[in-house]
Design a protein around this ligand. Structure first.
Ligand SMILES: [Zn+2]
Length: 491
C-alpha cells in the first residue's frame, strides 16, 4: 500500500513551499546588481612567412608590443553588453559575425549586444591580408575569431559587482583634418586627374589655404570600478586615425595601447592585481583626421619660425597617449558614480547601394588603360582598374552593413562599420537624444571610408572608388538610422 502523506508532512511541504516563494519574492524585491568584468586576449599574428607563398606585402619581422582584443562585459541584472576593441587596422564583418556566434554559445550574450571594433593601428601586420589567399596572414582569421570569443568569455567569467561613471573631455591639440584646399596656382593637387580633385589629402606643409573639414576634439570615456574601489576598466574613444612613428615591419598597437597602460597606471591599478585592469582606446570618427599638424600659409606667417621637433620611434605615440590619459584623469576625479545603470542595445542591417562609377569616370579609366600610364600606387591613376571593376555588372549591387546603438545609463554608444569622417560624428553627437554620445568607428566590419555627399563633391583620396565602396549619400542613411535607433533607446 502506498504511504499517504500525513497531516504534519503536508504542513511541512506547504511551509517549505511558502518559504521558497517568500525567498523568491525577496529576491524580486532586491535591487538588481550591476556587474562588470574585463579581460584582454592576445591576437598578435605570427611573424615571418611561408617562403613558398607569393605575397603582395612583406610580413612583419618584429613585435614591439603585443596586439590585444580588449574586452569589457557589463551586466545590469537583466541585459548584458560586450564591448571589444581590437588592436587591428580593420576588422572584417565575417570575423566579427563568427566571433559573435561563438560568444553567444559560450556566454548566452546575443550578437546585437556585442560590439567588436578595430582601433585602426596601422602597424598590426595583417591589414586585410587575412582575407586574401596567398597572403601571409591568410590563416589568421580563424585564430583571431577564437581569441576574440575567448577574451569575451574570460571577461564574462570575471563579472563582479561594480560601479560605473562616464565623462567627456576636450583634447584639441592632437587632431588635424588631413584634407586641405590649396592656395590656387601654388601646385597641382596630389593624385589629381582632369581637375576632378578640389582638395588634397595629406598635402605638404606649404601652399595650404584651409582644411576641408572639422575635427572632433572630444575624448568620451566610461570607467568601471569594483564596489571596493578597485579599477576594473576604462574605455575611451577619440577621433584620431592613429599616431605612427613606428619602424617599418614592426607590429605595434600604436598610441591606443600606450593610453590603455597609462590610464591603468594613473588610476593606481596594480599591474598584477586580479583580475588585471583593462584600459581601452577605441577609434572615434577619424576618417579624415590624423596627428600631423598643418597650418595655412596665413597661419604660418602669423606663427613665425617654429622649431620642428624630431621624434624617436614610439616617442610621439607616447606623447599623445600620455596627454590624452592626463586629460581623462583630470576629469576622472570629479565623476559621478552610479551603483546601477540600465543597458539596452539595438542593431540594424542597412542595405546600401554599392558605389557606381560615372560615365566620365569609366571613360577616364578606359583612356588610362589605353594610354598604358604606369600607375604609381599613390596616384589616382592607380584606381583605373578599380573603376573598371566597379563598372562591371558582376559586382553585387548592394552591401549589407551592421550598425548598432547601445545605451549605458545616460551614455550612448554608436557603432559604425566605416572609417567615418569627423563631421559625421559631430552631427551624430549634435542630434543624439542621449547625451553624451560615444562614437566608435570600424566596428562590426570595415567597409572603407565614409565621406559626406559634400565631401564627395570635393574629391580627394578618401572619396575615390574602391577606398569608398558605397553610394555617395550613404552617410545620410547612416546618420538617419542611428539617430532613429538612439531615439528608440530613450523609450
Ligand atoms: Zn587608415
Amino acid at each position: 500500500m502506498k504511504p499517504s502523506i500525513t497531516r504534519v508532512q503536508g504542513l511541512r511541504i506547504v511551509t517549505r513551499l511558502c518559504l521558497t516563494l517568500a525567498t523568491l519574492g525577496l529576491a524580486e524585491a532586491a535591487p538588481p546588481v550591476f556587474r562588470a568584468g574585463a579581460a584582454t586576449s592576445n591576437i598578435t599574428p605570427a611573424i615571418g612567412a611561408d617562403p613558398n607563398i607569393r605575397t603582395s606585402r612583406p610580413p612583419a619581422a618584429h613585435v614591439h608590443d603585443e596586439l590585444h582584443a580588449r574586452c569589457l562585459v557589463l551586466d545590469d541584472g537583466q541585459a548584458r553588453l560586450a564591448l571589444v576593441v581590437c588592436d587591428l587596422r580593420h576588422i572584417s564583418a565575417e570575423v566579427a559575425a563568427n566571433a559573435k556566434r561563438i560568444i553567444e554559445k559560450l556566454t548566452g550574450i546575443p550578437p546585437h549586444c556585442v560590439m567588436i571594433s578595430a582601433t585602426h593601428t596601422h602597424t598590426s601586420g595583417g591589414v586585410k591580408l587575412e582575407e586574401r589567399e596567398d597572403e601571409p596572414y591568410y590563416d589568421y582569421s580563424a585564430f583571431l575569431t577564437r581569441r576574440i570569443a575567448e577574451g569575451v568569455l574570460r571577461a564574462h567569467n570575471q563579472l563582479e559587482p561594480a560601479q560605473i561613471a562616464w565623462g567627456v573631455v576636450d583634447e584639441p591639440t592632437q587632431v588635424f583634418n588631413r584634407r586641405w584646399f590649396l592656395i590656387p596656382g601654388s601646385r597641382p593637387v596630389y593624385g589629381a586627374h582632369d581637375n576632378i580633385e578640389q582638395v588634397d589629402t595629406n598635402p605638404g606643409y606649404k601652399g595650404l589655404l584651409k582644411p576641408a573639414g572639422p575635427v572632433d576634439p572630444q575624448i568620451t570615456f566610461l570607467s568601471l570600478r569594483s564596489t571596493s574601489g578597485k579599477p576594473i576598466s576604462l574605455m575611451a574613444s577619440y577621433g584620431l586615425h592613429y599616431v605612427g612613428g613606428i619602424p617599418p615591419n614592426t607590429i605595434s598597437a600604436d598610441y591606443f595601447a600606450i593610453f590603455a597602460d597609462r590610464v591603468g597606471e594613473l588610476l593606481g591599478a596594480d599591474r598584477h592585481q586580479d583580475p588585471p585592469f583593462v584600459g581601452i582606446m577605441a577609434n572615434g570618427t577619424s576618417g579624415d583626421v590624423n596627428n600631423l599638424e598643418r597650418h595655412s600659409d596665413e597661419e604660418l606667417a602669423k606663427r613665425g619660425p617654429q622649431l620642428n621637433k624630431r621624434y624617436q620611434p614610439f616617442e610621439k605615440a607616447r606623447e599623445v597617449a600620455h596627454l590624452c590619459a592626463d586629460k581623462v584623469m583630470a576629469a576622472h576625479k570629479t565623476l559621478q558614480w552610479h551603483d546601477h545603470v540600465k543597458l539596452t542595445s539595438l542593431q540594424r542591417t542597412l542595405t546600401l547601394e554599392r558605389r557606381y562609377p560615372t560615365k566620365e569616370e569609366v571613360a577616364w579609366a578606359e583612356s588610362v588603360k589605353a594610354r598604358r600610364i604606369k600607375p604609381m600606387s599613390t596616384s589616382r591613376y592607380s584606381t583605373y582598374s578599380t573603376v573598371l571593376a566597379y563598372a562591371s555588372p558582376e559586382m553585387p549591387p548592394t552591401l549589407d552593413v551592421t550598425v548598432q546603438t547601445h545605451r549605458i545609463g545616460d551614455l550612448a554608444l554608436a557603432a559604425m562599420p566605416f572609417e567615418v569622417f569627423a563631421e559625421i560624428g559631430l552631427e551624430l553627437k549634435q542630434l543624439s537624444p542621449i547625451q553624451p554620445l560615444m562614437n566608435v568607428s570600424i566596428a562590426n566590419g570595415s567597409h572603407g571610408y565614409l565621406p559626406t555627399p559634400a565631401q564627395h563633391q570635393l574629391g580627394g583620396y578618401e572619396t575615390w572608388i574602391g577606398v569608398n565602396k558605397v553610394q555617395l549619400d550613404a552617410s545620410v542613411k547612416l546618420v538617419g538610422a542611428l539617430v532613429e535607433m538612439l531615439g528608440e533607446l530613450t523609450r
